[in-house]
Every structure is written in structure tokens, then in C-alpha cells.
Ligand binder design. Structure first.
Ligand code: FES
Length: 132
């Protein structure tokens, strides 16, 4: 685990905050722990040009969501959706086993945000982008 990196996302989270007029947003909570993550995206020419997030939850959620948003900012929607749990954990330097569901929650919020964008901007239903 990379404590320096995790502390960065806890103490100086550059992308943390709400976004005015996002092109898509997605929120998800985990009833088992009470954490909730919301992600907002701006999209231009099928790329995520800007991204912000809100976290009500633990340090694992803050670190996972901050790292995920850093990874996908500037990427195409297709590329962004290829990032998986291992990519986020590797970039973070790992998380304890009991915090890995925080990473999955962040990924789910991103997928909901993309689906929300597609529903409102492409005329599709976004199903093809949702995780199984
Ligand atoms: Fe449940 Fe962090 S402890 S998402």
C-alpha cells in the first residue's frame, strides 16, 4: 500500500467536489457500510474532458474514487470503461482486502455516470456499457 498516494487523495483531493451542469452523473451506495459515491463527467467528442466526485464514506472510497477519476480524466469513454479493479488498485499501490469493495463501488459509480450520459446524449440506453 502506498500511504503517500492514499494520503494525497484524502488530504488534497484535486477532483473532489460537485460539478455544475455535468453531461452525466452516477451515484451508488453500499448499504452494508453506508458509503456513497457520486461521479460527474463532462464529455466532448466521446472523451471525458472533466470529472468530479463526491464521497460520503471511508478513506478507501476517497482513495479509490480519486485514483479512478485521475485515471479516466482525458480518456475516451471506451478506454475509461476498460479500467478495472486491478488497474485502480495497482495505481494506488494496493488496498487491504476489506477495502477492495470501495474500489468496486467507485467503478460502479463511473459506469452509472457514463450510462447517464449515454441515455441523455446518444439516444441509447447505455446498457452496453454497464458492468455485468
Ligand atoms: Fe464500504 Fe468504503 S467501507 S465503500
Amino acid at each position: 500500500m502506498n500511504h503517500e498516494k492514499i494520503n494525497h487523495y484524502i488530504t488534497e483531493p484535486t477532483l473532489l467536489g460537485e460539478m455544475a451542469n455535468p453531461d452525466g452523473s452516477g451515484a451508488i451506495g453500499d448499504p452494508s457500510c453506508g458509503d456513497r459515491i457520486e461521479i460527474f463527467i463532462k464529455v466532448k467528442d466521446d472523451s471525458i474532458t472533466d470529472i468530479r466526485y463526491l464521497v460520503k464514506g471511508c478513506w478507501g472510497s476517497l482513495a479509490s474514487t480519486g485514483q479512478l477519476c485521475d485515471l479516466v480524466k482525458g480518456k475516451s469513454i471506451d478506454d475509461a470503461l476498460y479500467f478495472d479493479e486491478d488497474d485502480v488498485l495497482n495505481a494506488l499501490g494496493g488496498l487491504p482486502e476489506e477495502k477492495r469493495h470501495c474500489t468496486r463501488l467507485a467503478l460502479a459509480a463511473l459506469h452509472y455516470a457514463v450510462r447517464n450520459y449515454l441515455v441523455h446524449h446518444s439516444g441509447g440506453n447505455g446498457e452496453e456499457y454497464l458492468e455485468q
